[in-house]
Design a binder for this molecule. Structure first.
Ligand SMILES: *Cc1c(COP(=O)(O)O)cnc(C)c1O
Length: 392
């Protein structure tokens, strides 16, 4: 196998990090379900919770190649990846600066668990350099971001974050789930640790729960030292399924990028839509920044309906596009952040974050655009009609 640095994305997806079938010369990686292996020597003790079975190790190499790092590791869920990374670099008395808007599970992990470990934290007020610098303390060890953010698709400047981290000797971490390695490689800007919920674009078929981390070998050793004690590894069978999914990741995500951009433009001109949030639209506040640090703008977008349209009724009226809490599958899904991911916030806090009851998050799949448009059009037609009846 050649050096993955010179390979194109689809080639990495299809070829790098495979287990070679020496015995039968099969085309794909054999699946090793053994939880018990003979000692090779004192240094190599293979065991699923040590994250070093043949399938785990091979897939780690694919993750590393995709994220332009030396090393990759697979976890039992996105939250296992998030929590293991945070705890590997933070201890009693340390402080972390976290971006204001984060995945709900990450936010909960920080506010519900960190006090038990004596770890201090601050959330920023916004996304600017000043917002991050303001929260730095003498005991700050880690800076943590998520870009594009959920659900408004705001962009954090990766070069700016990496500069702050280097200046202050901090470890920088990003939850790169929304972008996927197809659209964004934060390591190219000097970010240290890339975290993924592989449940999303990496899995891509809404049938796997997994996590992945990419980092330098030195950083990964520190993560591994913690992880083997906590034990958030993934079953080899699911590792093998994830490898299968990753082979088509770039094809899927590029198709989703394209669909999302076309749907964003279509929604933007629709009379029942107030506003569309998509970093690939020229009127998005972070369009230039997104263009600088992303190769594609993802399959995720959100939009606000005009005040007279009932968002709940609109979602209920959709037939092809299903309501779903998760995202990034090949099938298009939709949800109301106010009713789901941000339901626990007060109405004032939601308003402060710009999340209205009319806002819907749309995870665009690989369907034909005309079918997505037809589904939305018939749903708009239904809610517009019931509005008219109510006003009579
Ligand atoms: C889903 C998600 C997670 C958590 O991943 P799980 O696989 O559900 O544990 C973390 N970050 C982001 C951005 C996500 O969308």
């Amino acid at each position: 196998m050649g050096d993955s640095k010179n390979m194109g994305l689809n080639t990495i997806c299809a070829h790098v990090g495979e287990v070679k079938d020496e015995q039968f010369k099969g085309a794909i990686s054999p699946l090793y379900m053994s939880s018990s292996y003979a000692y090779e020597n004192v240094d190599v003790k293979r065991y699923p919770r040590y994250f070093n079975t043949p399938n785990q190790e091979a897939l780690g190499k694919k993750i590393a190649a995709l994220e332009h790092t030396e090393s990759g590791m697979i976890f039992g869920s996105g939250m296992a990846a998030v929590s293991h990374c945070l705890l590997a670099f933070l201890q009693k008395g340390d402080h972390i600066v976290l971006q204001k808007t984060l995945y709900g599970g990450t936010y909960n992990f920080v506010v519900e668990e960190f006090h038990k470990f004596g770890i201090e934290y601050s959330f920023t007020d916004g996304f600017s350099e000043a917002d991050f610098r303001r929260e730095l303390q003498p005991n700050t060890k880690v800076i943590y971001v998520e870009t594009p953010s959920n659900p408004l698709m705001l962009i954090t400047d990766l070069q700016m974050i990496s500069n702050i981290a280097k200046e202050h000797g901090l470890v920088s971490m990003i939850d790169n789930t929304f972008a996927s390695p197809v659209n964004q490689n934060p390591a190219d800007f000097g970010i240290d640790i890339m975290i993924h919920s592989a449940t999303k674009y990496m899995g891509g078929h809404s049938d796997i729960c997994a996590g992945a981390v990419a980092a330098s070998s030195a950083h990964m050793e520190r993560i591994w030292n913690l992880s083997k004690n906590i034990g958030g590894s993934l079953s080899d069978y699911t590792v093998w399924l994830l490898e299968r999914s990753l082979k088509t990741m770039a094809l899927r995500v590029k198709a989703q990028n394209k669909n999302a951009k076309r749907m964003a433009k279509w929604l933007q001109q629709h009379p029942l839509v107030e506003k569309v949030h998509y970093p690939g639209l020229k009127d998005h506040p972070d369009y230039d920044l997104a263009k600088r640090q992303m190769r594609g703008f993802t399959g995720m977008l959100s939009f606000e309906l005009i005040p007279s349209v009932d968002a709940e009724a609109f979602m209920q009226a959709l037939q092809l596009i299903k309501q779903s809490m998760s995202l990034a599958g090949v099938e298009s899904t939709i949800l109301s952040p106010a009713k789901t991911s941000h339901a626990l916030l007060s109405a004032e806090e939601r308003a402060h974050q710009g999340i209205s009851d009319k806002l819907l998050r749309f995870s665009v799949g690989i369907e034909e655009k005309k079918d997505l448009v037809n589904d939305m059009e018939q749903a708009f037609h239904k809610v517009a009609k019931s509005n008219a009846v109510m006003q009579d």
